[in-house]
Design a binder for this molecule. Sequence first.
Ligand code: AHG
Ligand code: MN
Ligand code: MN
Length: 335
Amino acid sequence: MAKSISLTRYLVEQQRVDGLIPSQLRLLLEVVARACKSISHAVNKGALGGVLGTATSENVQGEIQKKLDIIANEVLIEANEWGGHLAAMASEEMDGIYLVPNRYPQGEYLLLFDPLDGSSNIDVNVSIGTIFSVLKKPDDDRGVEEGDFLQPGTQQVAAGYCIYGPQTTLVLTVGDGVAMFTLDREQGSFVLTEENIRIPEDTKEFAINMSNMRHWDEPVKRYIDECLQGKEGPRGKDFNMRWIASMVADVHRILTRGGVFMYPWDKREPNKPGKLRLMYEANPMGWLVEQAGGAATNGKQRIMDIQPTQLHERVSVILGSKNEVERVTSYHSTI
Ligand code: AHG
Ligand code: MN
Ligand code: MN
């Protein structure tokens, strides 16, 4: 039987053999994985752990926080603040950035996360996850400021997510393809279960919240309308639809068997570019998808090329199988 490769060994090999990641980044990723393991345990306990339900607070985006949003945020901060590899963190659940306290050594990395993605699915026992993105802080001696986080997705040095579903799976890129690690609960460690993930360039599956159809812009309406016409329509094939309402779960399906995911701008809140957040949802997912041979745009440009202007900036998202993403994107320039 082939020897199983733990996340630790995979990262050590990325560091030692391929020289792809410095030791500080390896340590950081190990700590993020440990935090995800702990969040996975809390998620699994569910009602027994008293973690279901709503908290009494709102986050900076005006969303009511779930208890697990707050727990996951705290787990990630407590795990990462003392190791010496980070300078600061930013999260969907915190208004501003979180500086590593003075009592701990300061590292050279910045960590961004959506501690719990798919919050509406927590209480109904549907897959949820943690999304993360790692940047380097500017190379100078001054303290870190919020502006230091405002780097385009192309500057990411690592990105990934951990999905808490029937299995807990950590999905990671450090710029050398996408690897998946399944949590072995008996061993207590993540074990490599897939490498060199590839997203098929074509697909017959789309994911979008159809209840917003009347609010969409023309290019998105046109694309979905053509899919819905099936074999008899201009696409000449029948399409299938999936919408899990957890981006992690929809992206995980796309990395596994292809598909296109869209959360486009819509007329409900015309002043916002979209619902999803650029820095800790779209950028890490965009990079993973690109690393697996897919594409990610906002309809007009590559997501990872967008220069962010705000920490909690929102963005329109179209990602997944390359040919479909290119098609939807091309409809934006022809209409
Ligand atoms: P979060 O739970 O972190 O706020 O993110 C939820 C996001 C994303 O995961 C999902 O694709 C989308 O919101 C679902 O939106 P709808 O409720 O409009 O379907
Ligand atoms: Mn989210
Ligand atoms: Mn969230």
